[in-house]
Every structure is written in structure tokens, then in C-alpha cells.
Design a protein around this ligand. Sequence first.
Ligand SMILES: [Zn+2]
Length: 110
Amino acid sequence: MIDLDAINSDIGLTFDDNQGTPWTDADIERLALMYFSMPRPPNSVMAERMGRTVGALQTVISRVGMARPGDKLRACLGVGCQGQRKFFSAGVNNRICGRCERDPVMGCAA
Ligand SMILES: [Zn+2]
């Protein structure tokens, strides 16, 4: 039996933005708190608070599939990611990210 949560914490997160600075889990959770708050702050405000560019912010929001309030950041278990990337999943049964669903071969490796 493989302990996926232990593996995930070992791997950590490396979402590179245009500035080459990795996004940590904590960064993304912090962004999600703002993104899912009502009313949602403008991207420019969230970017400033995160110390990122608006472009980098939009890239990460899109990449992790941040869409629905209540979604949780979970590791993708798809062929392309193999637990090495996280995305916003609707529940414990939703463990394949959009990229892996669309293209099981390339997945998030692209
Ligand atoms: Zn994936």
C-alpha cells in the first residue's frame, strides 16, 4: 500500500510562473482564499497581494483548475502527473486533472 499523501508532501509543488518563482501549496491556498471570497477581488489586487504579475496569477489559476468554491487542492493521479502536480478537485473521487482527462499521454508534463 502506497501512502500517497506522504509522497505528495515529499514532492512539494513547483508551479513556475513567468518570473520563474515556484508557487508553493501555501501560495496557492492563499490565492484560493481570495479567489473564492465574495466578492472576488480584481486580478490586479490579488496579484499585488501575492507579489506576482497578473499574467502569472492567471496562469496558475488556469493550471490548477481553480473554479468552484469548496474545491480542494489535491494531487492529480493521472498518467501525466502521477501525483506530482496538484489541481482543484471537486472531491476525493475527482483525482484526475483536466489536462490528464483531455490528453492522458501528455498530461501536465507539457
Ligand atoms: Zn494531471
